[in-house]
Design a protein around this ligand. Structure first.
Ligand code: ME8
Length: 652
C-alpha cells in the first residue's frame, strides 16, 4: 500500500503529572489506549500512539522543594528513574510510538509561540485575576463554580487569589463549543456531554486565567517575564507539539493531526472538551475528532491514591498476577465509560474464571488432545458436520465483526465478552463431542480430527483477537498452534489453520490462584511496613532550660563544600552565617554526601563550641544531623531547613 493511501490513526493518553508514582488507576487509561493502538495496528492502520508527562506547575515546584532537589531533578527521577513512568510502561508492555515531556525544549519553545499567537490575535489579553485557586488541581474557579465553597473537582479547600494575569477569551467561543458538544459526536460517552453542558456551559463560560506570577516552575511568557503559562495550556498543546506544531523537532502534523481520539479521565473532560477546542478555534486549527471521557477505578467506593498502599501498585500486581492478566482484568471487568470498583477479589476471580478456566483450559485441552491423539500433526480434516459444528463455526466466523463493532466504540468490556462467549461455546463443544470417546475407535478418527481442527481454529481466532489486550499470551497461543497466522484478514475466516502445522503443548497459560491464600498474602503486603528504624534510647537525664538555651543554634548557608585531602570522612564547609565573615566547619559526613550536592543548602549549626583542629584545619562549630540505623546500617541526614530562613537566624 502506498504511504498516502495507508489508513492512519492517532490516539493519545493524558500526559501524566509526575508528582508521585503512578497507581493502577493511571495504568488503566494507558492500557486501554495501548489495546486500542494495537487493535488499529492489527487492522493495518499506521498508528501514532502518544503518551508522556506533564511536568510544570506549582505542585511539582513544592514537592521538589520538600525533597530538596530542583523541579527538573524531581521530575527526571519520576519519569526516567528506576521504577518511574517509563519503566512502568515498559513493564506493562505499552507500545507507545512517542513520549513527550513538557519540559522538552521543542515543546517549551512551541508553547511560547502559541501563547504569543493568541495574544497577537487578541484572544489572550492582560487583566486582573480575582477568584479561587485549587492548588492540588492547579485549577482556577469562579465563586459560582465552587461546590459548598470547595473545589468542584477534588472537594479540597480553595484559596483567594488576586494578581495581574493574562486571560483567554473562552467566553467568545461558548456558542461554538456548545454546538460542538450538543450537535456532534465530539465528546463521548453522551453522559459526559450532559455533565459539561449543565455544569459549565449553562452557568456561562467566563474567560480563563492563563498565566501565573506566584511561582516560576512553568513556561515563561517570553514577552512578559515573571508570568508563566498556565499549566493546562502547556499540557493540552502537547498533542500537537509532539507532532511538530510550531517546532522543527517533528514533522508529523500533516500526517496525524487532527487526532482520532483523546482518551481522558472524567475529571479532565472539561479541559479537553471545552478549553481545548476553544483554543484550537482561536488558532483556526482543526479539532480532534473525538474526546472519550472514561470512568475512574474506585477503591472502596473512593478515588484511588497511592497512599492506599500496595494493592494499587501496578508493580506489585503485575509481579504477582502477570502483566497480561492485569491488562486483561482492567479492560474486562469495567465498562470503560463508567466508574468501576477495583478489588483484589474481583481481580483474582476474573483471572480464575476467564483466564485459568475458560481460556487456559480450552487452549491446554485442545492442544494436548491434538498431540495425544495424532502426534504433532493433525490429519487433513473431513467436512464439518452440518448439525454438530454449525453453531461453533458460525460464532467463531462472526466473532471478528462483532468484536470490531464493539472496539470501534471503545467498548473493550463488550469486545472481550464476545470473545469469551465463543470460548465458552468451544468448551461446551468439547464436552458435547467428547473427543476421548471418538479416540477409542479408528472409525471415528476422521471425525475426531475435524472436532480438534474446529477447536484449534476457534482458539486461533480468539487468540488473534485477544492480542491487543494480551500481546504475550496471543503470541504464546500462536506458538502452541504451530505458528498460526493471526493477521486481521485471517480472523474472520474459518479454516485458515494448516492442519499439518505441529502443535506444541506447554504449561498452563494461567495457573489457578488460591483466592484465600492470595488475599492473605496481599493483606500482609499492604500492612504498613514496620519501621526499620532502630531508635537510640532516650536520655534519662534532664537538662535545665538555661543550659539548653546556652547552645547557640543558627541557620547557615553552604557557600562551598570540599573533600578534605587524605581524609575519607571529612567534608570542609565554607558557610555564610550572616555575620559577613565566612565560617568554616568540618564534618565527618563524606560517606553520606557528595560535596557539590550540598552547595546552596540551608543547614543548622551549633556555633558556640570551642574551635577544634582536624587534619590541620580549624572547625568552628558543628552541623546538626539526624542519625539512625536501618537493618544494621548507619544512616545520616543533615538537618536542612527552608531556604526562606536567612543565614544567621537563631533557632530556638
Ligand atoms: O490529569 N481511575 O494528569 P494525572 C481511572 N496531567 N483513571 C484515573 C485514576 C483512577 N483511579 N486516577 C487517575 C492529569 N486517573 C494531567 C493531564 S492531559 C493534557 C494532562 C487518570 O497524572 C486521570 O483521570 O493527574 C487522568 O486521565 C490520568 O489518569 C492522568 O492523571
Amino acid at each position: 500500500m502506498c504511504d498516502s493511501c495507508q489508513k492512519k490513526f492517532y490516539i493519545t493518553t493524558p500526559i501524566y503529572y509526575p508528582s508521585a508514582k503512578l497507581h493502577i488507576g493511571h495504568t488503566y487509561c494507558t492500557v486501554a489506549t495501548d489495546a486500542m493502538a494495537r487493535y488499529k495496528r492489527l487492522q493495518g492502520y499506521d498508528v501514532m500512539f502518544l503518551t508522556g508527562t506533564d511536568e510544570h506547575g506549582q505542585k511539582i515546584e513544592d514537592k521538589a522543594r520538600e525533597a530538596g532537589v530542583t523541579p527538573k531533578q524531581f521530575v527526571d527521577n519520576i519519569v526516567e528513574g528506576k521504577g518511574g513512568v517509563k519503566d512502568l510502561w515498559k513493564l506493562m508492555n505499552i507500545s507507545y510510538d512517542r513520549f513527550i515531556r513538557t519540559t522538552d525544549d521543542y515543546h517549551v519553545e512551541a508553547i511560547q509561540k502559541i501563547f504569543r499567537k493568541m495574544y497577537d490575535n487578541g484572544d489572550i489579553y492582560k487583566g486582573t485575576y480575582r477568584g479561587k485557586y485549587c492548588k492540588p488541581c492547579e485549577s482556577f474557579w469562579t465563586e459560582s463554580q465552587l461546590v459548598d465553597g470547595k473545589c468542584p473537582d477534588c472537594g479540597g479547600e480553595v484559596q483567594d487569589a488576586e494578581e495581574e494575569a493574562y486571560f483567554f477569551r473562552l467566553s467568545k467561543y461558548a456558542d461554538r463549543v456548545r454546538d460542538l458538544l450538543e450537535n456532534t459526536d465530539f465528546l463521548e460517552p453522551r453522559s459526559r456531554v450532559n455533565e459539561m453542558i449543565n455544569n459549565f456551559i449553562k452557568p456561562g463560560l467566563e474567560d480563563l486565567c492563563v498565566s501565573r506570577t506566584s511561582f516560576t516552575w512553568g513556561i515563561p511568557v517570553d514577552f512578559d517575564p515573571g508570568h508563566v503559562v498556565y499549566v493546562w495550556i502547556d499540557a493540552l498543546f502537547n498533542y500537537m507539539t509532539a507532532m511538530g506544531f510550531e517546532n522543527e523537532k517533528y514533522d508529523d502534523l500533516d500526517k496525524f493531526w487532527p487526532a482520532d481520539v483523546h482518551f481522558v479521565g472524567k475529571e479532565i473532560v472539561r479541559f479537553h472538551s471545552i478549553i481545548w477546542p476553544a483554543m484550537l478555534m482561536s488558532l483556526n486549527l482543526p479539532l480532534p475528532k473525538k474526546v472519550y471521557g472514561h470512568g475512574w477505578l474506585l477503591l472502596d467506593g473512593g478515588k484511588m491514591s497511592k497512599s492506599k498502599g500496595n494493592v494499587v501498585d501496578p508493580y506489585v500486581l503485575a509481579e504477582r498476577f502477570g502483566v497480561d492478566a492485569l491488562r486483561f482484568f482492567l479492560l474486562r471487568s469495567f465498562p470503560f465509560g463508567s466508574d468501576g470498583n477495583f478489588s483484589n477479589e474481583l481481580l483474582i476471580s476474573t483471572i480464575n474464571t476467564d483466564l485459568a478456566n475458560d481460556l487456559g483450559n480450552l487452549v491446554s485441552r485442545t492442544v494436548a488432545m491434538a498431540q495425544k491423539y495424532f502426534g504433532e500433526h493433525l490429519p487433513q480434516a473431513q467436512q464439518a458436520d452440518e448439525e454438530k459444528d454449525a453453531e461453533l463455526l458460525a460464532m467463531a466466523s462472526a466473532l471478528r465483526d462483532q468484536y470490531e463493532e464493539q472496539m470501534e466504540h471503545y467498548a473493550f468490556q463488550n469486545a472481550l465478552a464476545e470473545i469469551f462467549k465463543v470460548i465458552s461455546r468451544a468448551n461446551k463443544y468439547i464436552d458435547e463431542n467428547a473427543p476421548w470417546i471418538l479416540a477409542k475407535s479408528e472409525e471415528s478418527k476422521p471425525r475426531l480430527a475435524r472436532v480438534l481442527y474446529n477447536l484449534l481454529e476457534t482458539v486461533r481466532i480468539c487468540g488473534g483477537l485477544l492480542a491487543p489486550f494480551m500481546p504475550d499470551t496471543a503470541a504464546e497461543i500462536a506458538k502452541r498452534l504451530g505458528g498460526a497466522e493471526m493477521d486481521w484478514d485471517s480472523l474472520n475466516r474459518f479454516g485458515v489453520l494448516n492442519p499439518e502445522a505441529a502443535v506444541v503443548a506447554g504449561p498452563a497459560l494461567f495457573p489457578r490462584i488460591d483466592m484465600e491464600k492470595e488475599l492473605a498474602a496481599l493483606e500482609e503486603l499492604n500492612k504498613p511496613a514496620k519501621p526499620a528504624l532502630e531508635i537510640e534510647p532516650y536520655a534519662e537525664e534532664k537538662v535545665d532550660f538555661d543550659t539548653f538555651c546556652r547552645s547557640d543554634l543558627r541557620a547557615v548557608k553552604v557557600k562551598d563544600c570540599q573533600s578534605v585531602k587524605k581524609s575519607d570522612k571529612l567534608l570542609c564547609f565554607t558557610l555564610d552565617d550572616g555575620t559577613g565573615t565566612d565560617r568554616q566547619i568540618l564534618s565527618g559526613i563524606a560517606k553520606y554526601y557528595k560535596p557539590e550536592e550540598l552547595v546552596g543548602k540551608t543547614l543548622v549549626a551549633i556555633v558556640n563550641l570551642p574551635p577544634r583542629k582536624m587534619m590541620g584545619k580549624e572547625s568552628n562549630g558543628m552541623l546538626l544531623s539526624a542519625v539512625h540505623s536501618e537493618k544494621g546500617e548507619e544512616k545520616l541526614n543533615l538537618v536542612m531547613v527552608s531556604d526562606a530562613i536567612p543565614a544567621g537566624a537563631k533557632l530556638c
